[in-house]
Every structure is written in structure tokens, then in C-alpha cells.
Design a protein around this ligand. Structure first.
Ligand code: ADP
Ligand code: MG
Length: 332
């Protein structure tokens, strides 16, 4: 009876599956999913596991941690390290954590030849991109906001940060969210959670898989059609961050002006529509996504070579996709 053996195997497999699911993803496994407005976006934390009260506590602690980072690094909170640094004349001590974020940011600023820039605070204010009525500034104001900025404008001699000019305004908007995500994941793991995701407005990091050896599936939005996905990724234990020109923008006289600035021109960078980076830490993925967006596909991919642990998918300004050597392995 050659026919029966495969059926037997199938039944056994189904039974094995039925035994596995309840333990790892089913009846005695709970899911806690909560959202909050933080860091200028909606942050959603999901944690999975058998002990519901452990999940609840850890998710609350992870949110509190992200709020703590926001209070250290938001330019809009007067007591933050960043606001105090912007106000300071030439030098100002910062916390060890702000120094950690500045260290990677300054490193990337140098490696990207200034495409990534932590001193764009005045330019960002000028464009008012996060305010009520953003508008295209006149070219003199743009030139003025760019004066003295660049990779050499800030020096870190921890705990001191030294500004080359008093009027420099610091902006960690391209990297701090990633650090906050990393801290949330650290707290969840430290509390004994095995499976979790932290999603801050599409920038995310996953802890483990979804349980039961199922990877997380992450849909990446198409940069020109919000109803469509560009691609779907299957990942575990990594961070996935996207920078796009469709996230925060305004239109004036039929042109799109978004929030990722090219420090060489003072205008929104034009080489890309979106950049998705997969990397072990969200801080690295966040900063790299912003840097690659400004650099564009050619220079961006050569910067990426310095980070063998990171992979990227770039959609350039014509809609063409460019992906790094191993990015395809994440695609479904
Ligand atoms: P989002 O915060 O929307 O996920 P990004 O991580 O790409 O997007 O960061 C965008 C923010 O990065 C901007 O709002 C601004 O604060 C900051 N930024 C803009 N241009 C640059 C740049 N060239 N280098 C570093 N940071 C930048
Ligand atoms: Mg970023």
C-alpha cells in the first residue's frame, strides 16, 4: 500500500505541529500589544509569551524607557541634553547615552563625507517641516543656516561636546529613534521576554522570531503607492528601518519637499524615494538609512560596504531598486 505512507507522514507532521503550536504560539501563550505617541510618532510594542503579567510589566517598562530617551534627546524638551547643547556657547557636558549616540552619528558624518549631519538643527527649523506651516525658505536664509555646519563642527570629548560655533543647533532626529528602539528591546530581553517587536512609525526591531520558529513578516510600504507593498521581509532578531520622502513632506507649486536634507545644498535630498536598512541595531539601521538616502545608490552602497552586518534596499528617484549583496535573503 504505497499510498498510505505519505498520508501517515502527513498526519504525524500535523500532530507534531498541533503539539508545537499550543506551547509556542497558542493557548497558553499570550500577546500584549500596546501603542503610544512617543518620539513624534506612534510607537507600538508587541510581546509574546506564556506569562501575561510579565509581558504587561515589560511592555510598560519599555515604553517608559523610550520616554526617558526622548527626554534626553528631543530638541523640543528644554531640559534635554540636545536642547542644552544647542543653547550652549561652545562646550557642554552630556550624559553617557547621548555621547554614545553622538559618537556613532559623528563617525557616520565623517564616513559619509558630511551627507549625514548632526548639525542641521537650524536648517530643519527654517523649513519648519515639523511645524504647522512649512514653506520653502529663501536661498539667503538657507545659506545662513548652513554656515559652519558639517562633520568637523562638533567634537566629542566625553562627557564634553565641543561646538565650533555657538549658533550651531544639534538634531539627532536621524538616529535617536533607533537608539530608543534598541533600549526598549534591551529591556524586554532583560525581563526574560523571548519574542517581541518594537515599531516606531515603521522603524522597528524584532526580538527573536514570532514564536514556534515562525519569522516576523515585515511589509515595506511602496514609496509612491500607500496601498501597495514594495516588498515583504522575513526576519528575526534584527532591526528594519526605512527612510522615505513620503513620510513627512509638504507640496508647494507642485513640488514635493520632505524632511531628509542634503547638507551640501540645504534642500531635501533628491537621489532616492526610499531606503530600507536591515542591521543588528536600530541605531545603526536608522542612521544608515538617513545617510544612504542622502548619498543615493552609488555612494550609498559603497558606504554600506563599511558595515558588513547591514543590508539595504534603495529605491532611487526614478523608481529603480538597488539592493546590497545579501538583501534578497530577507525577501519573502
Ligand atoms: P524618520 O524619523 O521619519 O523615520 P529618518 O530616520 O530618516 O526618518 O530621520 C529624519 C530626520 O533626520 C529628520 O527629521 C531630521 O531630524 C534628520 N535629518 C534630516 N536630514 C539629515 C541628514 N542629512 N543627516 C542627519 N540627520 C538628518
Ligand atoms: Mg534615520
Amino acid at each position: 500500500m504505497p499510498f498510505h505512507r505519505p498520508i501517515m507522514v502527513l498526519v504525524l507532521l500535523l500532530l507534531a505541529g498541533a503539539l508545537l503550536w499550543p506551547r509556542l504560539g497558542g493557548d497558553d501563550s499570550s500577546e500584549v500589544r500596546r501603542s503610544r505617541l512617543l518620539l513624534g510618532t506612534v510607537v507600538e510594542i508587541t510581546a509574546l509569551g506564556p506569562d501575561r503579567s510579565l509581558l504587561e510589566g515589560a511592555v510598560s517598562d519599555a515604553f517608559a524607557e523610550m520616554e526617558r530617551i526622548e527626554k534626553l534627546m528631543s530638541p523640543h524638551i528644554e531640559s534635554s541634553d540636545v536642547a542644552r547643547l544647542s543653547k550652549a556657547g561652545t562646550s557642554q557636558p552630556v550624559s553617557a547615552e547621548t555621547a554614545t549616540v553622538l559618537r556613532l552619528g559623528l563617525h557616520l558624518a565623517a564616513q559619509s563625507d558630511g551627507a549625514f549631519d548632526l548639525t542641521l538643527g537650524r536648517l530643519k527649523e527654517l523649513w519648519g517641516i515639523e511645524g504647522e506651516s512649512p514653506q520653502v525658505p529663501d536661498s539667503d536664509s538657507v545659506a545662513d543656516a548652513l554656515r559652519g555646519i558639517g562633520p568637523e563642527a562638533l567634537r566629542l570629548e566625553a562627557p564634553l561636546v565641543i561646538k565650533s560655533r555657538p549658533e550651531l543647533q544639534i538634531d539627532l532626529g536621524g538616529i535617536a529613534k533607533g537608539y530608543a528602539i534598541d533600549r526598549a528591546i534591551f529591556l524586554l530581553a532583560d525581563a526574560g521576554i523571548e519574542f517581541a517587536s518594537v515599531n516606531a512609525g515603521g522603524d522597528m526591531r524584532l526580538l527573536g522570531d514570532r514564536g514556534g520558529e515562525r519569522p516576523w513578516r515585515i511589509g515595506i510600504q511602496h514609496p509612491r503607492d500607500s496601498q501597495r507593498l514594495l516588498t515583504t521581509l522575513e526576519v528575526e532578531d534584527v532591526s528594519v528601518v526605512t527612510s522615505g520622502d513620503y513620510e513627512r513632506y509638504f507640496e508647494q507649486e507642485g513640488r514635493r519637499y520632505h524632511h531628509l536634507f542634503d547638507p551640501r545644498t540645504g534642500y531635501p535630498a533628491t537621489a532616492c524615494r526610499s531606503v530600507t536598512v536591515v542591521a543588528p541595531s536600530a541605531m545603526l539601521a536608522d542612521a544608515l538609512a538617513t545617510a544612504l538616502f542622502v548619498l543615493g545608490p552609488e555612494q550609498g552602497m559603497s558606504l554600506l560596504q563599511l558595515y558588513p552586518e547591514a543590508e539595504a534596499l534603495i529605491v532611487d528617484s526614478s523608481g529603480k531598486e538597488h539592493q546590497s549583496a545579501n538583501f534578497a535573503e530577507y525577501r519573502l
